[in-house]
Design a protein around this ligand. Structure first.
Ligand SMILES: Cc1cc2nc3c(=O)[nH]c(=O)nc-3n(C[C@H](O)[C@H](O)[C@H](O)COP(=O)(O)OP(=O)(O)OC[C@H]3O[C@@H](n4cnc5c(N)ncnc54)[C@H](O)[C@@H]3O)c2cc1C
Length: 328
């Protein structure tokens, strides 16, 4: 029997397939090759009539089948309905591996699916592989980031969640029209306990799109105070960058939590990451070490950030950054 790797294709509020799906689909191709005869398939739960449109979006992801559960009660995310739909389909399909993005939705859904199916779940993985026994080897930080643990799951499906941007989507198109397989799930037996009345988007005064930025200038405790972050912002504006921060800087009130990069913040993969006054603790670097190029500015030449930096400047950020702005 062909083994299946099933990936949950989250539909966003704007009716797009969440980008983390394409990142997982690309990684899953690698896992499938190691498993031997394995298919990479998608699980789509959505309102009625959209599957055909999504088929187009899936075209380049190399997946073979899209299992679809469509119902107008599935227009917006609901824990009860989505869990029921996902659990019923996964029970029927019996995939070897089930992957979800560690998004708000994925974090709500994954543990419920794993509990209902009495299987294990490794959350927020930073690496996925297939070991010599053909098992999913899911790696994630543990003990506050001091250790990296590789976790195996005894039952099927072996489940894992991965944050957006940990893996890269396929660079080349993997064009393969997928088959749509409609599945019927009886939602009537579900007592919905929560009703979404309205959705309020959090409004921030500044647009700081860390997720999509090609260049990020990030500041840590070494940027010292609000003036330090003002300087970073000025530098960032000059080079068209977004501003990120270490947790220390967030805790000092110099930046907001949505600017935090790292284990308990965002994972980013810009073309260029400029770390200013950041020491390079593993909990920070785990969120940015896959950036294409890293430049570190730090006055301590022994700071661990230099171990992962492509270029380093040893010196006072309050002297270097104004000089860079001047030169620019
Ligand atoms: C469970 C857990 C989760 C965590 N999650 C995260 C996370 O998501 N993100 C995160 O960032 N951290 C996280 N941390 C915290 C992490 O361990 C570090 O404490 C934090 O990253 C340190 O931030 P920093 O590098 O800004 O500060 P520090 O480690 O204090 O480093 C400051 C650096 O600035 C340099 N410096 C000082 N003055 C100057 C100057 N004038 N010019 C140039 N350089 C200067 C210093 O040499 C030093 O290297 C987490 C910790 C735990 C336990």
């Amino acid at each position: 029997m062909t083994k299946e790797i099933l990936i949950y294709a989250e539909v966003t509020r704007d009716n797009y397939i969440h980008t983390v799906f394409f990142e997982l689909a690309n990684k899953a191709q690698e896992l499938a090759a190691k498993l031997g005869e394995a298919e990479v398939n998608a699980l789509l739960i959505s309102q009625k009539g959209l599957a055909a449109d999504y088929r187009e979006a899936f075209k380049n992801s190399g997946i073979s089948k899209i299992y679809v559960c469509e119902d107008d009660r599935l227009k917006t995310y609901s824990t009860e309905y989505f869990t029921k739909a996902a659990v019923d389909i996964v029970k029927e399909v019996q995939p070897e591996i089930l992957l979800l993005g560690a998004t708000n939705q994925g974090r709500d859904l994954a543990p419920r699916i794993s509990t209902a199916l009495n299987t294990g779940l490794t959350a927020d993985c930073t690496g996925l592989d297939i070991n010599e026994k053909g098992q999913l080897a899911a790696t994630r930080p543990t003990f506050g980031g001091q250790l990296m643990a590789t976790i195996l799951c005894k039952n099927l499906p072996q489940m894992a969640t991965v944050r957006p941007k940990v893996f890269k989507p396929a660079e080349k198109d993997n064009i393969k029209p997928a088959d749509i397989i409609y599945k019927t799930v009886n939602l009537d037996e579900i007592e919905k306990k929560v009703e979404l009345l309205e959705f309020h988007k959090k409004l921030t005064t500044e647009i700081n799109e860390l997720d999509s930025a090609e260049i990020i200038v990030a500041g840590g405790r070494g940027m010292k105070n609000a003036d330090g972050f003002k300087l970073l912002k000025e530098f960032a504006d000059k080079i068209g960058a977004a501003v990120g921060a270490s947790r220390a800087a967030v805790e000092m009130g110099l930046a907001s939590h949505d600017m935090q990069v790292g284990q308990t913040g965002k994972t980013v993969t810009p073309k260029l990451y400029i770390a200013c006054g950041i020491s390079g603790a593993i909990q920070h670097t785990i969120g940015m070490d896959k950036s294409e190029k890293i430049i570190a500015i730090n006055k301590d030449e022994k700071a661990p950030i230099f171990e992962i930096a492509d270029y380093g400047m040893v010196g006072d950020a309050f002297e270097i950054i104004p000089e860079l702005i001047k030169q620019l």
